[in-house]
Structures are given as structure tokens and as C-alpha cells.
Design a protein around this ligand. Structure first.
Ligand code: ADP
Ligand code: MG
Length: 247
């Protein structure tokens, strides 16, 4: 039962007129609690389709998906939305924050959907965890890319989800900021969170404990990383951030 993700024969077909695209073909994957997994593969290999399915944003054409012990393969849209809100935190490449809305209000949103009390307190706690206690009242356009991604991560963890999913979460960030965000993911993983991220970059993937490579809708390779890169080691070797001298 400590498996967070278990798929069996997971398949997704898209029909476009006369043509059927087999985006995912009978994928069997098990991801246990506490894993940190990178999903890689060329464009069109099925990564997004896989993430949409395990993120309960879509249903499979065939096969099963057991999320934290619950079969979600045939749930209705409303049931899926409910599972999504309670179980999964999402982090996207483009942050997807509400503009003209403060960091803390952005982080409170999932709590509002879930009808949780003590929202302000919980949102503050999450922002402290990502190191943004000084920026809670700032709007997205008053924050750097890295800071915006921290707000998005705070929003993803505020409901204490079982699973964190990232779709190219460092795709828009420079080298240093990428390592800072990866350090944050590694901290969350050490604290017990299960994390799955899609990335195009080998260097990013090597921070994870496991790399699953897709090709043509199938798993091509599934490898354990014996010694994942520690983001803090890399950060220690980088020159200080440009604005650090001013601050
Ligand atoms: P990746 O994220 O690895 O680039 P995708 O999962 O987006 O791959 O796509 C896998 C395959 O499914 C591709 O051939 C893509 O064109 C097709 N596909 C993805 N989404 C749709 C859709 N909504 N309708 C039709 N075909 C799709
Ligand atoms: Mg994609």
C-alpha cells in the first residue's frame, strides 16, 4: 500500500478524424512513497499524456491507474477533481499564478477549493517553507522567475499532497535558480514527499533518484540513479547570485 502510483496496461489513444494516435501503449509503472522520479523522452513520446493521466487530469482509454491505493481509472470528472485537490500538487514551467493576486492569496487558493479553515496560517507556513516569508504580499509581476516558482511550489504543497507533479518546473529558469528550485524539491523529497517531474535536461534528471525514459508511448528505460546530484553541492560551487551583493 505504500505505492503512490501503480499503472497497469495504461493506454491512451487520441482520435483525429480517421486517424488514431496511440499516445500511450500499455504502460506498467509503479512508483513508491518517497521516490523522486524524472520522466524523459523525445517530443511526442507520451510524457505529457502520462503526466495528465497520473495527475488525474484525464482518463485512460484502457488499463488501470491506482493512486495511493484508490482506483481512479474510471472516476467521473467531479470525483477526479476531488482526488486531484486532495492528493496532488502541481508545478508548471510557466508557474501559472494568478496575476494581480498576492503570493499569499495564490497559495490560499487550493485551500479555498478544499474548504479548509486557517487558510492564512497554512499559506504562510507553506511560504516560509519555500523561503518567501519576506515576499508574501508581492504580486507575481513583483517577483523574479525563481520567486514565482517558489510561490507555485508553496501552492502545490499547502494541502499536504501525497504526490507532487512538475511539468518542466525549471524549464524557464537560469542555472543558479534551477539548482535552487531543485534543492527545494530535494528537501521536500527528504521530508517524505513523492515527486515526479518531466524534464528535457539530463543534468536536471540526475538530481532525481530514478529516470524513466519514454519512446513511442512506451517505457524505453527505467533506471535507478545510485548517486543523485545534490543541488546544494552545485550551488556551493556557483558564483553568488548577482543581486546577493546588493541585498
Ligand atoms: P510529449 O509530452 O512526450 O511530447 P505527448 O504526450 O504530448 O508527448 O504526445 C504523445 C503523442 O500523442 C504525440 O504523437 C502527440 O501528437 C499526440 N497527442 C497528444 N495530445 C493529443 C491530443 N489532444 N489530440 C491528438 N493527439 C495528441
Ligand atoms: Mg509534452
Amino acid at each position: 500500500m505504500s505505492d503512490v502510483i501503480r499503472t497497469h496496461g495504461l493506454s491512451k489513444d487520441y482520435t483525429m478524424g480517421e486517424m488514431v494516435v496511440h499516445a500511450l501503449r500499455e504502460v506498467d509503472i509503479t512508483i513508491g512513497a518517497g521516490e523522486f522520479v524524472a520522466i524523459m523522452g523525445p517530443s511526442g513520446s507520451g510524457k505529457s499524456t502520462f503526466m495528465n493521466l497520473i495527475g488525474c487530469l484525464d482518463r485512460p482509454s484502457a488499463g488501470n491507474y491506482i493512486l495511493a491505493g484508490q482506483d481512479v481509472s474510471r472516476m467521473s470528472d467531479n470525483q477526479l477533481a476531488d482526488v486531484r485537490n486532495k492528493t496532488i500538487g502541481f508545478v508548471f514551467q510557466s508557474y501559472n499564478l494568478l496575476p494581480r493576486t498576492s503570493a499569499i492569496k495564490n497559495v490560499e487558493l487550493p485551500l479555498m477549493y478544499a474548504g479548509v479553515k486557517n487558510r492564512v496560517e497554512k499559506a504562510k507556513e507553506a511560504l516560509v517553507k519555500v523561503g518567501l516569508q519576506q515576499r508574501m504580499g508581492h504580486k507575481p509581476n513583483e517577483l523574479s522567475g525563481g520567486q514565482q516558482q517558489r510561490v507555485a511550489i508553496a501552492r502545490a504543497i499547502v494541502n499536504d499532497p501525497v504526490l507532487i507533479l512538475g511539468d518542466e518546473p525549471t524549464g524557464n529558469l537560469d542555472t543558479r535558480t534551477t539548482e535552487e528550485i531543485l534543492a527545494l524539491f530535494q528537501d521536500l523529497n527528504r521530508a517524505g514527499k513523492t515527486i515526479v517531474v518531466v524534464t528535457h535536461e539530463e543534468d536536471v534528471a540526475k538530481h532525481c533518484k530514478r529516470i524513466i525514459r519514454f519512446r513511442d508511448g512506451r517505457v524505453l528505460k527505467d533506471e535507478t540513479i545510485e548517486k543523485p546530484t545534490d543541488a546544494r553541492d552545485i550551488l556551493a560551487g556557483l558564483p553568488p547570485a548577482e543581486d546577493a551583493a546588493i541585498a
